[in-house]
Design a protein around this ligand. Structure first.
Ligand SMILES: Nc1ncnc2c1ncn2[C@@H]1O[C@H](COP(=O)(O)OP(=O)(O)OP(=O)(O)O)[C@@H](O)[C@H]1O
Length: 344
């Protein structure tokens, strides 16, 4: 309540100590008030417990004063929210992706909030990734029960999708970008435990403004976090991701099977990105459903590259997009392929 009557009642009944008791996420009344309440509530709490309130840490080690930021400009919108350029109160300029998860506010909210919190915690290892072809994740926060904000390095460039702009790229550029993405995949796939991207596609790759460097973004975070609430939001346990880039083994999983994203599904999706660079169009551009995709792949495999492409590129592409996932090449093997090493 904005008149603080709830807080006043709690303090009257339980004493001011109750303001410092953490909930399941480790958030105290001070953390919640810092995010949800007008500054009067913080003043009220300050009057009760003094400066101690500023040092209280939640499960993420965050005090109520941590991660305050102002949006500088809107960069773009995704399926679950938007990406802003932001400036934090510590003076850092970065990108912040806000994911609003589709949950019904109701009785189940505390348990949903805990599930989301766990999912956020399990993704925190992304902040340890350091690679020149992978966006640097800085922090992941959950300012509200069903809202997650991912802070990342701010990239200056445009997505590979926009870079391609429906026009095929020359083979030198395809080779250069493919090699960089393969290096990023090798780094991810050889970590212990392996990091699977789960949503490799040309909109999740940013080409730097000078056109020389390409970086992976995205990391299927929306997919993972959405799945953490899927029992509430009525989504099925079917795989989520970009339909045209979905590997055959994911399409065949069926509604009740548990979805296994593996290194090989990232490699297939990478092959689909090679197709888009070589042809200008997404593979399976007209497919409307997973079933349709599964049938097309079953009948004809991955779509053929347009005429005029070199034998090396064709072979490279076919090794990324073998129908049987066990016959697909690893990122390590792809890096040794002659398409990447040959002097074009
Ligand atoms: N770190 C970043 N720096 C600069 N621009 C970014 C960054 N991350 C994303 N963007 C841009 O922000 C826009 C929205 O990205 P977002 O990842 O939300 O889209 P999306 O892939 O559709 O999302 P989702 O998979 O969550 O539905 C895109 O134009 C993308 O290029």
């Amino acid at each position: 309540k904005s008149d603080n009557s709830n807080l006043k009642w709690l303090v009257k009944e339980l004493g001011s100590d109750c303001l410092t008791v953490p909930d399941q996420c480790g958030d105290t009344a001070v953390h919640l008030a810092a995010v949800h309440q007008p500054v009067d509530s913080l003043q009220f709490i300050f009057d009760q417990i003094g400066a101690e309130m500023l040092g209280l840490k939640n499960n993420e080690g965050k005090t109520p004063a941590d991660i305050r930021w102002d949006a500088v400009r809107l960069i773009g919108r995704g399926g679950f929210g938007e990406v802003h350029e932001v400036r934090t109160d510590t003076g850092i300029t970065c990108a912040a992706k806000t994911l609003r998860l589709p949950v019904q506010l109701g009785d189940e909210l505390p348990s949903v909030s805990t599930r989301i919190h766990r999912a956020v915690e399990s993704e925190r290892n992304l902040c340890r990734l350091r690679h020149p072809n992978i966006v640097m994740f800085l922090d992941i926060a959950q300012p509200e029960p069903a809202t997650v904000v991912v802070f990342m390095e701010l990239l200056d460039g445009r997505s590979l999708e926009r870079f391609i702009d429906n026009k095929p790229l020359d083979e030198l550029t395809i080779r250069d970008f493919s090699e960089q993405i393969c290096r990023a995949l090798l780094y991810l796939h050889s970590r212990q435990p392996p990091v699977i991207h789960r949503d490799i596609n040309c909109s999740n790759m940013i080409v730097r403004a000078d056109n020389t460097r390409i970086k992976l973004i995205g990391f299927g975070l929306s997919i993972k976090l959405d799945q953490s609430v899927s029992h509430i939001s009525a989504s099925t346990p079917t795989p989520k991701g970009t339909l045209n880039f979905m590997a055959p083994e994911l399409l065949g999983a069926g509604e009740s099977a548990s979805v296994q994203y593996r290194r090989e599904s990232d490699i297939w999706a990478f092959g689909c990105s090679v197709f888009q660079m070589a042809s200008g169009a997404r593979p399976f551009a007209n497919a409307k459903s997973m079933l349709e995709m599964a049938q097309l792949i079953d009948r004809r495999g991955a779509p053929a590259l347009p005429d005029g492409r070199s034998a090396e590129l064709r072979d490279f592409y076919s090794r990324c997009t073998a129908k049987d996932r066990r016959r697909r090449r690893s990122a390590q093997e792809l890096l040794g392929h002659e398409f990447l090493s040959k002097n074009l």
